[in-house]
Design a protein around this ligand. Sequence first.
Ligand SMILES: NC(=O)c1ccc[n+]([C@@H]2O[C@H](COP(=O)([O-])OP(=O)(O)OC[C@H]3O[C@@H](n4cnc5c(N)ncnc54)[C@H](O)[C@@H]3O)[C@@H](O)[C@H]2O)c1
Length: 340
Amino acid sequence: MDKILVTGGLGFIGSHTVVELQNEGYEVVIIDDLSNSSEKVLDGITAITGKTPIFEKLDLKEKSKVEAFFAKHSDVKGVIHFAASKAVGESVKEPLLYYENNISTLVYILKELRKLPSAGFIFSSSCTVYGQADELPITENAPVKQAESPYGNTKQIGEEIIQDTCKVTPSLKAIALRYFNPVGAHESVEIGELPIGVPQNLVPFITQTAMGLRKELSVFGEDYPTPDGTCIRDYIHVVDLAKAHVIALKRLLGNKNKANYETFNLGTGKGSSVLEVVKSFEKVSGEKLNYKIVGRREGDIISAYADTNKANDELGWKTELSLDDAMSSAWKWEQKVRSK
Ligand SMILES: NC(=O)c1ccc[n+]([C@@H]2O[C@H](COP(=O)([O-])OP(=O)(O)OC[C@H]3O[C@@H](n4cnc5c(N)ncnc54)[C@H](O)[C@@H]3O)[C@@H](O)[C@H]2O)c1
């Protein structure tokens, strides 16, 4: 079976994708520098799939090491590139750290892929490229808006770099997957989200609050023009998201792609408000969440959810898991992590 490189494969979305790739029989090589993950994630992947992927601890910012990796693994047929720094707030304070880590690593990998006789490349992009879209649900044709943060900008620039490279490299086929809001954990709770420090995202903040690690959840604003006044996002179960990567990869390796650079939204198509997420959590966990409504937070967009038609029709992919499934698995995962 084809050998696939998964960069950032020990991270949240990467680890779930490695599981799905191994379940489909692919030979997986992970590169991760452990800057936001732990080598123990390998044990979780092995427990689920019965196979331990090859792991190379390597910082992709080190160009010579990236070159040496591809010299050793010249039989790589596809790359799924998750490795990046992803904290929006930190990117505002440390923009160069973000441009260096998210852009240089991408360039070094693409340089190596250009040398291969053929290669499929999948890029972790984000719905942040749309900003506050003028129309909802958001289609792939919605204009890319000026980025709100250096992090968001790295996704926009990243997409442009790939597109420009594909134009001059017929042997390279690429798909940028624009994720909405990935949440949840594998049903086995062998792997899940492991935020370092104070979580930046809603769901781990909720589960940590319920666990007593955080005093309370602040809900930023209840006066937005939405049914209950809180912001709306499209929460997609990480296992559904992971499966979409395998389908996208097969599209490229099987030459089913319609252009050598394509973009797809990955979301559920359904928007959920912050309070709906809290309610879902309370329902599936039986816990009462301590939360308080506070003022709006600067930079938050009001509402974003995906038009999933292109992904459904072209990729033949559909989400199978619900928000309740995601909240239930996230809660089980949090309890497991804290019981150790
Ligand atoms: N989680 C989200 O909400 C979300 C939404 C949209 C897009 N994305 C994108 O998806 C990708 C994966 O996100 P995630 O949530 O799994 O993040 P994560 O931090 O859990 O995983 C990223 C992994 O990459 C590794 N890494 C970072 N820099 C590296 C480097 N220079 N060399 C080698 N390894 C490196 C980290 O150690 C980590 O294991 C990222 O590109 C992120 O920007 C995430």
